[in-house]
Design a binder for this molecule. Structure first.
Ligand code: SAM
Length: 524
């Protein structure tokens, strides 16, 4: 290694201590080309993917800004004229490069570099993670593919088990360490029941994104390790803690590092847990970088040592960094903590949903059921209020009314009697209250299912009612709204949701109104 450049100090310190590379802490956008070394054979880079990643504003990042780093990297390649070069980024960048390399594109000046793009899944190269990435460069993909191992990559379960043993044997590299010598492997507090609930909901019944399993399956490679993950985020990988029933935990830093292809001897010099998390998640998996290094030197699998052979001499660097305590469960949350979860029985795929949420923008918190439909590009909502309730009463036949009214009366009684006024206090962990929002959500879910059963015998009425409600709310624009076909095909579910929402919302509003009056009285 002749030189390397990185803007973030802790990453450079980590690189230096582990690899003895003197990484320079510089902003690559400001680096003068004349300051680069000469006579270089290989250039590799991994420009930031933040602007291209779908986890950044659902893919709505600033592409032009992201391209600046790619242009910078390609300018360096163009200036140094190495024999071989390669660049890593998220899969989406493959298409962007192909498009922008064409005449008139933002990368057209680099077309002569002979760039090819490939999207690889790191799990196919022996890494225990299904990490799909775009690798671009002037290398031979055939050589890279020669490394696809005959045997499967370790699974999440293999990694957790290996790191839990007394004598630890690295599941990728075969290196050995005593348990006492393995740092960053501190199991954090188990997730609280509320955190489990949020985690489960974010994964299995997310209001917009596709469902994913909870907990993460142990018998497969793991999904993508990210640079951030809170105790409740969708990105966080959560496993069952075998000691207790229904107990779950996030992965330790060391488990994440191992799943990201770092050898167990590698140490992370971050000042806190978050910095180490970021360092691990940002990395190009070292186990994959090793293979790329061989490819860039013109060697395929046959002419290369195995990872186990190549890593035999790896030792832990010194000094060993300090342990960094993991995040704890939030003790208290801000008074305006948001709640926004879909009611599972009333949720269709692709964002059509009824959800319970809280509007914290006013003097008191307003809990309500909202209805969203349309397509991912054009989401519409319907305000479920007395107006809709009245309209539904007019549209629903007396036979159907007879079937649904007992359920709706029970639902009304439940909401009328519930301690809604203190629900936000409970949700923010600031005090006691009679009902938690997830309890209300579960009740709405149950009542939703009961209503669907009640509607079943009158299913033929449902599509007509839905159509009329949409027309009532959206007027002349109704027929051109996207996603109406889907509502019609699922009319029984939608009707159940409209009935639930328009029944409970006026009651929830009345609770909020009473709270407001009480506050005024208390303020004198
Ligand atoms: C995807 S990560 C790659 C990390 C590591 N180099 C690797 O390959 O595993 C992108 C890295 O680019 C660094 N970075 C972002 N903007 C930079 C800039 N303007 N100059 C230098 N480094 C930058 C970030 O700090 C981050 O560590």
């Amino acid at each position: 290694m002749v030189a390397s450049y990185e803007i973030w100090g802790p990453a450079n310190e980590t690189n230096f201590k582990n690899n003895a590379h003197q990484a320079q802490t510089v902003d690559i956008r400001r680096l003068a080309l004349e300051d680069l070394p000469t006579d270089i054979d290989i250039v590799v880079g991994s420009p930031p993917c933040t602007q291209f990643s779908f986890s950044n504003r659902g893919g709505g990042g600033d592409l032009a800004d992201g391209l600046k780093d790619i242009i910078r990297f390609l300018s360096i390649v163009d200036h140094l004229k190495p024999r071989m070069w390669a660049m890593e980024n998220v899969p989406r960048v493959a298409k962007i490069i192909e498009k922008e390399m064409k005449l008139g594109g933002a990368l057209a000046d680099f077309a002569h570099l002979g760039c090819v793009t490939h999207v690889v899944d790191m799990a196919e190269y022996g890494i225990p993670q299904r990490r799909r990435r775009c690798i671009a460069g002037n290398f031979d993909i055939g050589l890279l593919e020669s490394f696809k191992p005959g045997s499967d990559a370790p699974t999440l379960g293999d990694v957790v088990k290996a790191l839990g043993a007394e004598q630890i044997i690295d599941p990728i590299y075969g290196l050995q360490l005593e348990r006492a010598d393995l740092i960053d492997h501190v199991e954090e507090d188990l997730l609280s029941s509320e955190e489990v609930r949020i985690n489960r909901a974010n994964k299995m019944t997310h209001t917009v994104y596709n469902a994913m399993p909870f907990p993460d399956p142990m018998d497969r490679t793991v999904r993508t390790i990210t640079a951030t993950c809170t105790r409740v985020s969708r990105e966080s990988i959560v496993i069952a803690a075998p000691e207790q029933d229904q107990a779950y935990r996030r992965l330790t830093l060391r488990e994440r590092a191992c799943l990201q292809g770092f050898p167990i001897t590698f140490q992370f010099y971050g000042a806190n847990y978050g910095q180490k998390l970021r360092m691990i998640g940002n990395a190009v998996p070292p186990a994959f970088s090793f293979l790329m290094g061989r490819v860039l030197q013109g060697c395929g699998a046959e002419a290369s040592p195995s990872l186990r052979e190549a890593s035999r001499e790896l030792k832990r660097p010194k000094p060993i960094p300090a342990e960094t305590p993991p995040d704890r469960a939030g003790a208290r949350y801000p008074a305006n903590r948001t709640f926004k979860f879909a009611i599972p029985s009333l949720q269709l795929k692709s964002g059509v949903r009824f959800e319970l949420d809280n509007d914290c923008s006013g003097a008191v918190v307003d809990w309500r059921v909202s209805f969203y439909f349309g397509t991912s590009k054009a989401i519409h909502s319907i305000v479920l209020d007395e107006g809709i309730r009245g309209r539904l009463s007019l549209e629903v036949s007396s036979a159907l009314q007879k079937a649904v009214n007992p359920v709706l009366e029970q639902l009304s009684r439940f909401v009328e009697d519930a301690d809604i006024a203190n629900m936000q206090t409970v949700w923010t962990h600031q005090g006691p209250g009679g009902i938690r929002p997830f309890m209300l959500l579960d009740m709405l879910d149950d009542f939703g299912s009961s209503l669907m059963t009640a509607i079943e015998a009158h299913a033929e009425e449902a599509p007509k009612i839905i159509e009329s409600i949409i027309r009532y709310q959206h007027g002349a624009a109704a027929s051109s709204l996207p996603g109406l076909g889907k509502l019609s095909r699922n009319a029984e579910t939608i009707l159940a949701g409209l009935l639930v929402g328009s029944t409970v919302n006026p009651l929830l509003r009345a609770h909020a109104q009473r709270s407001l009056e009480q506050e005024f009285r208390a303020a004198g």
